[in-house]
Design a protein around this ligand. Sequence first.
Ligand code: TRP
Length: 331
Amino acid sequence: MKKVILTGDRPTGKLHLGHYVGSLENRVRLQDEYQQYIMIADIQALTDNFETPEKITTNVHEVVLDYLSIGINPLKSTIFIQSQVPELSELTIYYLNLVTLGRLERNPTVKNEILQKGYDSSIPAGFFCYPVSQAADITAFKADAVPVGEDQIPMIEQANEIVRKFNRIYKTNCLKEAKVILSKNPRLVGIDGQCKASKSLANAIYLSDSAEEIKRKVSLMYTDPKHLRISDPGTVEGNVVFTYLDAFHTNKEEIEALKAHYRKGGLGDSVIKELLTDRLQTMLAPIRDKRNSFKSEEIVDILITGTRAARDVAKNTLEEVRQSIGFRYFC
Ligand code: TRP
């Protein structure tokens, strides 16, 4: 039997190149080796967007299109919607008893997000507790492993603590601890070079961007502000064009030669930007074409089939969990 992995995305926008290097590329590879569940985390997305649910609901189809267009195969991977598997919410309620507020407060991922969002003392409880709901996602499918970026490691640790506590208190081994499959790629910076690529900062190149949009974004990319004349020596470190060339260009030798030339002076930004634009156009054109080849009904079918399959698995786990607690009144 194949080992099980579970991953997910909050559907608050279309997916961009940061997602591509961080997780999507991995998922295409992993779907052959593992039984892969991919969850569209609309409930989790709601924890910090509850006042604007349309931001989530309008993006669910877009995210599925992004998945399909980069080669996630619904016959190999089970794509499902979190809110349509209510068993996950019941599991969350049981797990909430097994964590303390202090422990949640120390979760570095949540801590960071609270700072970023400026919640201060008015943190919505749902947001504060989302690691518990994430533990439910992971354990419901008895995931052997969770492929994530570094920032998500505390989530898996917290989930595993819940698993150990549950199994100890209710004298069972029905829940399974999950390992981390760490994404090897570093986080991709945004075109401004300031932070990671993200929708909220409007600094990302989307998988679905048009050819004109790609060209425009590359032209805006941060390079080296001291590289004023072509003949000036330039800096490669922190130069977003080179960061992207490293991430996406296939000919490493050519890039190293260009870096040397740029450092020495005599290589203009327009040349490296054109090279990057060409590379991204070559890479994204077939993805965009594939994206446009799916009909809306196909997406609905994929989601119905995936969600049904996911629900069957989560139901079984929930049944075991209820049995372990002793909630079996009618049999
Ligand atoms: N927290 C993840 C994110 O922000 C999404 C997510 C929800 C997830 N549940 C998960 C990832 C379970 C892995 C496993 O992108």
